[in-house]
Design a protein around this ligand. Sequence first.
Ligand code: SF4
Length: 367
Amino acid sequence: MTIESVDANNHSQIAGLGRRVLDGVNLTRDEALWLFQLENTADIFDLLCWANRIREHFKGNKIHLCSIVNAKAGACSENCSFCAQSSFYQTGSPRYGFVDPEPVQEAAEEANKNGVTAVGLVAAWKGLNEGPMLDEVCDRIRELKAGGKTRPDVSLGIIKNQRVADRLKEAGVECYGHNLESSRRFFARTCTTHSYDDRLGTIGYLKKAGIKICSGGIIGMGETREDRCDLALALKEIGANVVPINILNPIKGTPFENNPPLPVMEILKTIACFRFILPRQEIMIAGGRTVNLRDAQSMIFMAGASALMVGNYLTTLNQPVEKDLQMLKDLGLDPSWDKHGFSDQEENGYDCGKENCEPEVELATMK
Ligand code: SF4
C-alpha cells in the first residue's frame, strides 16, 4: 500500500490560490491549469477543502435544484458524438414531437412538490427560428410561468436571430441552457454539423435579450485537462450564470460508446477547479452523476458544487429525488434557493445585462 502525504509546496500553493480566490482575485490560466494537473490524492483532497471553503464563502449553504423535461425527443439533425438523440446514430432512444401542455404542467407540479427551482424544456433539434414552432414553444413557456410553480427555463439549441431571443424573453424565459461542451480546440471532435461559434453567437443573442445563461459542458469525452481548464475559463468569459458539468455516460451506438470512465477523483478535482475559476457561479452537477460517482456523489458539494440536476436526465435515469433531498439534509445543505436569485453574481460583475453587454465584442476575444 502506498501512503500519500500532502506535498508541502503543493499544500501552500493550493492554499495561496484559495485565499486569492476568496479575496476576489481571478486565477491566471497557468495557475488554473496547475490545479487541473494535480495528481496526488492527498493534494486533491486538499484542493477539495479549499473548493468547499470557496463555495461556502460565495454561496453559503444554498443548493440550487433544477429539473428538465424532454420537450421534443430524438431524430435530431446534429451529430454530437455523445448524444443518444442524434439521428446519425442507432441508439434506441425515444422519438416524439413537441410536447402538449399536460406533461409540462405535470413536471412543474412534481418540481414544485420537491422544492425544485426550475424546470427546463429541452428540445432535440438544431435550433429555433421564427414561425409556428416558436409560437408553440412560447405558449408552453407562458403556461409554465402562469402556473407560478417553477422558473421556466429552456434549452432549444442554436438561435441565429435576435428576434427569437427577444420573443423567448417576452414569453417568460429567465435562463437558457446552451453548453459550450468543451474547449474550442476539442469541440470539433464532438460535433461537425454546427460550430463553437454558432454556440457563442446564440449566447450573444440571449444575453442581449437579457436572458441568463446556463452553459457548461461534458467531461470524459477524451478531452485533456487543458481542454477542461479552457472550457471553465471560456465560461467565465461569456458570463455564464449556471455552469452544468455533465460526466459522460457512454451511450451504445454513439461514437463515444467505448470511452473509458473518468476516475472519481479526477471528476471531483475537475469540479473543484471549476469552483476556483468560477467562484460565484452556480456549478451544477448534471448528467452522468449517479453512474460515474456512485457512493461518492455527496462529495460533489465538498468539491464546490452548488447546484444539482434532479429527476431523470434526457435519456438516462437518475437516482430518485427523495434520495437527493435526503443527501442534502444529511449534509446540512439547504435546497430552498431564491427562485429569482442570481443577484449574488450580478453584484459582483458577472451578469451581463442588456444595456451594458456587447456580446460580439466580448465573445470575440475568446477566439
Ligand atoms: S446534443 Fe442536442 S443538438 Fe446535439 S445531437 Fe443531441 S439533441 Fe441534437
